[in-house]
Write a protein that binds this ligand. Structure first.
Ligand SMILES: CC(C)(COP(=O)(O)OP(=O)(O)OC[C@H]1O[C@@H](n2cnc3c(N)ncnc32)[C@H](O)[C@@H]1OP(=O)(O)O)[C@@H](O)C(=O)NCCC(=O)NCCS
Length: 143
């Protein structure tokens, strides 16, 4: 489903469409690489995308310029992989993606909440959108 960028309340360019769909595995790889993230194998990307609750793509002239997805279940929804191509950052694309992801999450769980783990340098981006720190810390372990 494509929505008007204006409806998302952002300042993004008129040529950019916000679509509620997952990126293809290849699109996902390209966008991750564009921001310097690791680039998993295409089969692993396909498997990860297939297990998502839903996704959002920002598209300009048929080319993916931003993405994000939701993972979780009936009780938990987490926003992951929010990425905007460096050439389109700070133009409202990321904000429009997050707002659209929120509407995906609203239909996916029974709690009315969505969460995320923010890298320290992008906390201001999420704070700008109304996200608040919960006091929880992200912890991990090798398995
Ligand atoms: C983080 C990211 C998704 C933001 O996307 P974006 O399209 O540039 O964000 P927006 O233009 O919607 O920004 C809205 C506001 O958030 C804040 N903001 C955005 N990026 C910021 C940053 N890197 N540092 C501090 N504040 C930021 C600003 O207040 C900005 O408004 P302004 O441009 O008028 O000052 C993008 O920078 C990106 O893809 N980064 C690399 C991948 C990444 O770190 N993703 C987040 C994973 S947790």
């Amino acid at each position: 489903m494509a929505t008007s960028p204006r409806a998302a309340g952002a300042k993004i360019g008129e040529m950019i469409e916000i679509e509620q769909r997952l990126p293809t595995p290849t699109e996902y790889q390209h966008l991750r690489s564009a921001v310097g993230w690791n680039c998993p194998e295409v089969a692993d990307c396909a498997a990860a995308l297939a297990r998502s609750i839903g996704g959002v793509c920002a598209v300009e002239d048929g080319r993916l310029v931003g993405m994000g997805r939701i993972v979780g279940d009936v009780f938990y929804s987490f926003i992951v992989d929010v990425v905007v191509h460096p050439g389109h950052q700070r133009t409202g694309v990321g904000s429009a993606i997050v707002r659209s992801l929120e509407s995906v999450a609203a239909h996916a769980n029974v709690t009315g909440k969505v969460g995320l783990v923010a890298a320290v340098d992008v906390v201001p981006f999420y704070a700008h959108l109304g996200y608040e720190e919960t006091g929880s810390l992200f912890m991990s372990q090798n398995v």
